[in-house]
Design a binder for this molecule. Structure first.
Ligand SMILES: [Cu+2]
Length: 247
């Protein structure tokens, strides 16, 4: 059951303080019991995770359309983004972002406001760690049919809980990372990130490892042939594929 604990990511961020602290944490984590108590206070639980879907409507006179999906990963603390965007110029590389508002009432997309940026940090391109939560960077180059396809790339600065109900914009130009918003030009398509019918519940999984450490409280000790064995649903701890921060 030891292998299920993967608190390394947090260990790093916490351990940065001093080498001594890092060493102490590293030692503690080697013990499952210690790991459980160590994880508890760490912000590693991201409640409200939910799969989102967004059906693009053209704006600014374009014929751009398509669908975008956001899927929670890492216990809801990161998001896997996929998209199929049509109607782009062949080989175009265009910027796209999650914008502040889920208001698509303006024909030019401006009612969606600026980039979603709750942390108030500068604009940047992925994988920069400090960037707008809505900074998705650029879509892959469109093919000769004008279709850009993206499959499951992870952004660790955006949660689906935060993105829910906000706007998404496909731009006309490449996001060059410049301030304040990347010079990505006109807004060619827009949509509102809504809850997908596919699945509602994505448990705030990360709390699980800590919780499952004590379910020995379950009665019927003798009844079940393997009380200890069943106590290890720790395996359900969500995988943390976060590292591939591509945006
Ligand atoms: Cu934008």
């Amino acid at each position: 059951m030891a292998p299920q604990f993967r608190p390394m990511k947090k260990t790093v961020s916490v351990g940065v303080a001093t080498a001594a602290a890092a060493a102490a944490v590293a030692v503690a984590v080697t013990s499952p019991a210690a790991a459980a108590s160590y994880r508890a206070p760490v912000k590693d639980s991201c409640p409200g995770a939910v799969p989102l879907t967004c059906t693009l409507s053209s704006s600014s006179g374009s014929s751009v359309g398509g669908t975008v999906t956001l899927t929670p990963t890492a216990g809801g603390c990161a998001t896997s983004v996929s998209a199929v965007v049509t109607g782009l110029p062949a080989e175009a590389v265009v910027g796209w972002h999650v914008h502040e508002f889920g208001d698509v009432s303006a024909a030019d997309g401006t009612a969606t406001g600026g980039h979603f940026n709750p942390a108030g940090v500068p604009h940047a391109l992925p994988p920069a760690g400090e960037r707008h939560a809505g900074d998705l960077g650029n879509l892959p180059a469109a093919n000769h049919g004008g279709v850009s396809t993206l499959r499951g790339q992870v952004t660790s600065v955006l949660t689906t809980a935060a993105a829910r109900g906000r706007g998404l914009i496909i731009h006309a130009a490449t996001d060059d990372g410049g301030q304040p918003t990347g010079n990505a030009g006109a807004r060619l398509a827009q949509c509102v990130l809504g809850v997908a019918a596919a699945g509602e519940e994505v448990p705030a999984a990360t709390a699980a490892p800590v919780m499952t450490a004590t379910p020995k409280a379950t009665a019927k000790p003798a009844a079940t042939a393997k009380p200890a064995a069943t106590a290890t649903p720790v395996a359900t701890a969500t995988p943390r594929p976060t590292r591939a921060d591509y945006y």
